[in-house]
Design a protein. Sequence first.
Length: 215
Amino acid sequence: MRSMHGHGTVVRDARRMRTQAALTALALCATLALTACNGDDDTGAAGTPASPSAGATATGAASPSASASASSAPSKKPTPTAPSTVTPAGTKKPPAPGATCDHKMPISPDEVAVYRYTPEGGVHSLIVKHGNWGCAAPGMDAAPFDTVGKETFLNIAEDAKITAVTPIVDSPLSQPITLQQLIDWLIAHPNQGRVFRYHLDGAGVIDWMDQQYTS
């Protein structure tokens, strides 16, 4: 009986030691596992250090390249506008009375100053001078007709179409007159040199005349 009781005590002691060893091993494993799970906060899941966020340095400052690009563009100042050199219209002074113009028109091919009438040769002839237009002086209503050369003759048809203005007729607007009315006025007022635009027919004879207003 004693030997069986002693043998049972030995078995229980062996089981208790194995149980304590197993518990110790489990506790050590749990400690190691806890240490591995609660490792350094600065490491990732695989144990590698976490990389800094884009655009920031390790100290959290903004990236130098980003700051440089934001301030590299220089500010532009408005360019001052140059003063205008355009001459305003209408500032040119008119020529003084009696002054010559800065240009000369060519001799008019179809305008003459009529001075007198003559029936020589059995035809109606006007004594005329050719010329060109000058510049109107201040206070004048129209430009002057400057005659050139010598007096010449121009034949005029009996039925020529003629229009006249003041002083041949009492009107600033063209009025039709007959050749006889023109002849009468030229005889009464010779050498006034009233300017007419004219046209020649195929025979070289005036078939119409239109007096030009010259004040």
